[in-house]
Every structure is written in C-alpha cells, then in structure tokens.
Design a protein around this ligand. Sequence first.
Ligand code: 13P
Length: 249
Amino acid sequence: MRKTIVAGNWKMHKTQKETVALLEEISSKKPNTATEIIVAPTFVNLSKAVEVTKGKGITVAAQNMHQAEGGAFTGEIAASMLTDIGVNTVILGHSERRAYFHETDALLANKVNTALKHEMRVIFCFGEELKDRQQNNHFNIVEYQLRDGLFHLEKKDWAHIVLAYEPVWAIGTGETASPEQAQEMHQFIRSLVEKVYGFEIADNLTILYGGSVKPDNAKEIFSKPDVDGGLIGGAALKADDFLAIVNGF
Ligand SMILES: O=C(CO)COP(=O)(O)O
C-alpha cells in the first residue's frame, strides 16, 4: 500500500507565537489516521515546531535548503543544519522558488543530491504554467522537470522521494485542477517513473497534488487512484481547514 500524505506548506506566514498556536490546535484536533501529516513552517520557526510536535505524530519539514554543505552563502541554510534540529524532510522545487528565486532543474538536481546524502526525504515539486497547458505542452514540461531534476537518481534513492504535482495556474488562484486533470497527470507521472525505474518503484511512489486544495474539493481529488495526498498552501493555515482536508481520505 502506498503511503498517503497531507502536507501543509506555510510559505512566508506565521510568527513563532502563531506557529505554536496553530500546531497546538492541529495536534489537539488531529484524527487518528494512517495518513502522514506534514507541516512546513518558515526556517526560523522550525526548531520550535519540532519541539511543539514531539511525540504528536506530526512531521516537520523545511520549505527549501541550499545545495552546498556550507560556506559563504549569506542567508542560506544547509542540510546538516536541518537534520541537526530534527528536520529530515525538505520541500524542493516549489514553483515559487523556481519563479522568484530562479531555481533551475539542474540546481534542483544538486539540491536533491545533497538532501539524499544527508538521508533526508525530499518532497519534489513541479508542474506546468498556464501557457503550457493552453499550448497543450503540459505533459512535455512535466516530463522534462522530472527527467532533469530526478531521473539521474539510483533506484534505491526513490524510497526517499515524494512527488508533488502542482500546476502553477492552480496555486493560490482558487482555481484547482479538476480531479480528472489531476488523475490524468498523476497517472502520466507514474508511468514515466515506471518506464525508467520499473513497476515496483512507480507503484510505491507517493504523488501529491497541490493547487487550491480546500476542504470542499479534497475528498474528490484524493479519491483518484493515482493521487496519494496533497500539498496544501492557503488552507493549511487554519487547523480546521487543514484537518478537514486530512479527513478527505
Ligand atoms: O503552493 C501550494 C502548496 O505548496 C498550494 O498553494 P494553495 O493551496 O494556496 O493553492
């Protein structure tokens, strides 16, 4: 059975006080579920988040990290700094990082390598822009992103990879991919991985959907056979909404 995950990407939201309050509310209302719950607060609140969620069945992830082991990279965070405070999962390749911070597939391949070297789990994000879909180029774009970001990996590495398909046009726009569009792309993604790495790895791979997932559409999206959970932005900032999405399984 594939692992199901609902992850909240908090982006640049929540002070430390707000982080603690939200995590306490999520912990206290959290259902007993086989679905893994992940939260990704900002860097400055990660230590606190690890402390507050200890023993509560909530995984804390980082939203980004640098590819180098360390050095003169002002303002950046290394993998060893994350694992040192108990953060062993990292989101890489989010479309906001790609768009605003010019992260390329080649750079992301490096970041993935560094994360894996530190035995971290990677939630690797990718997805097409609106113009790609309008030009019917979305399958190609996704294929290139996966090929250039991940297909250099060895078979054993895939145990530490979670994919997150996030069509850029659906992020923060209120417009979500239809469950059929999500399923169509997720199936395509799984078939690509199968072609390169074989059935077992593809079949075991958790593929999340992200982009305007809300309590009222989560259930239908998650009901699709190749959608194994969600990466949630806006709706992850309120405990009740986030947990309603978790209950979508
Ligand atoms: O970017 C996202 C999660 O990483 C999705 O954001 P929204 O859920 O706000 O559309």
